[in-house]
Design a protein around this ligand. Structure first.
Ligand code: PHE
Length: 351
């Protein structure tokens, strides 16, 4: 009689020792596979003497059925263990609050541009955009700065290799990264629609880099052209801005200055927020005042460049740095303007 009992016992022991699917499969092949232990016993049944063959056959079928059940049970138990382990690993608490992706916000300079635009819009100035890279004509020559005039020295910056030195209106000279937003003036005047009141905010470029200068920065340029405008109108608009942006505690002053494209010309200073206007050893202002930018009554030659009769119209203009304006705001305490462009998130995320 083939030893079915031994085979079953060994099979159960082997199943109990199989800890994972490959081990279980190896046990199945060794016992229940085509060349396995059970097959060999079945072959022995056929070799039994006639009288014992029927009983051996029954014993064989029972052993086979029992081993298959044992195997199915072992596989079910293993599946159960594996899925329990997976649930443990991959469990998520659906009641936990979700994690929101970090929301971005405007860079402080972009936010300042939006705010400045708003403040001027309340007194009727519409935002326009003159090119950031423009012909010499609009950046200099039409602004009463003839070629080779020494006044250009501070302003000539980065010329661009551009072969189109002509526009539809004629020769315009070389192409330059604009050093100021004043290029908007003649571009706006030559459209021929008066009166006008606009604000141009754009990037500009200079050969300067220190605690109060970056080689690339932004300016906002206001231009108003109408009949009978005076310096009083200019002062009124600037005071509106200073009050709205800096609050009533800060003082502004006009200082006589010289620009080729305005006459008379001024520089506008605001009392320094960092030292409270005391100056002395202040790293930023040294004098208690900080220059925000220039202003003046539009020079008659500029009006003429734009095809406007200076005997009929007058205008005023002003051009200030956005970054300078922003850093002078109360409480900003920025003692090096270059931090605005250092891409340091620890700085930017404070706003
Ligand atoms: N363009 C001058 C500057 O960049 C500022 C200015 C603009 C002065 C308009 C007068 C009128 O310094």
């Amino acid at each position: 009689m083939p030893s079915f009992e031994d085979a079953k016992k060994e099979f159960r022991a082997a199943l109990a020792g199989a800890q994972d699917a490959p081990a279980l499969e190896a046990v199945r092949i060794a016992f229940l596979g085509r060349k396995g232990r059970l097959g060999a016993l079945m072959a022995e049944v056929a070799a039994q003497p006639e009288a014992e063959r029927a009983a051996a056959g029954r014993a064989a079928n029972e052993a086979k059925a029992e081993m298959e059940r044992a195997f199915a049970a072992a596989r079910a138990a293993l599946d159960e263990r594996e899925s329990a382990a997976r649930e443990e690993r991959e469990w998520i608490d659906v009641t936990e609050p979700g994690q929101w992706p970090a929301a971005g916000h405007l860079h402080p300079v972009s936010a300042a541009i939006a705010e400045i635009t708003d403040i001027f819009s309340t007194v009727g100035f519409t935002r326009v955009r003159a090119p950031e890279i423009d012909w010499d004509w609009y950046a200099f020559e039409a602004l009463n700065m003839p070629k080779d005039h020494p006044a250009r020295d501070d302003w000539e910056t980065f010329f661009v290799a551009e072969t189109r030195t002509q526009s539809a209106q004629g020769a315009k000279g070389k192409v330059v990264l604009t050093p100021h937003t004043t290029n908007v003036q003649v571009r706006a005047l030559e459209k021929g629609v008066l009166p006008l009141r606009l604000i141009n905010i754009n990037r500009v470029y200079r050969r300067q880099s220190d605690v109060t200068h970056t080689p690339m920065f932004h300016q906002f340029e206001g231009l108003m052209v109408d009949k009978n405008l005076t310096i009083g109108d200019l002062k009124g608009v600037l005071e509106h801005f200073v009050r709205a942006y800096f609050g009533p505690a800060r003082a502004a002053r006009l200082r006589p200055h010289h620009f080729r494209f305005t006459e008379p010309s001024f520089e506008i200073d605001i009392s320094c927020d960092l030292c409270g206007g005391r100056g002395g050893s202040c790293r930023v202002c040294k004098s208690g005042w900080l220059e925000l930018g220039g202003a003046g009554m539009v020079h008659p030659n500029v009006l003429k460049s734009g095809g406007v009769d200076p005997d009929v119209y007058t205008g005023f203009a002003f051009g200030w740095g956005v970054e300078r304006t922003l850093t002078m705001r109360q409480g900003m305490a920025i003692d090096d303007i270059r931090i605005l462009y250092r891409d340091d998130l620890r700085f930017v995320e404070q706003f």
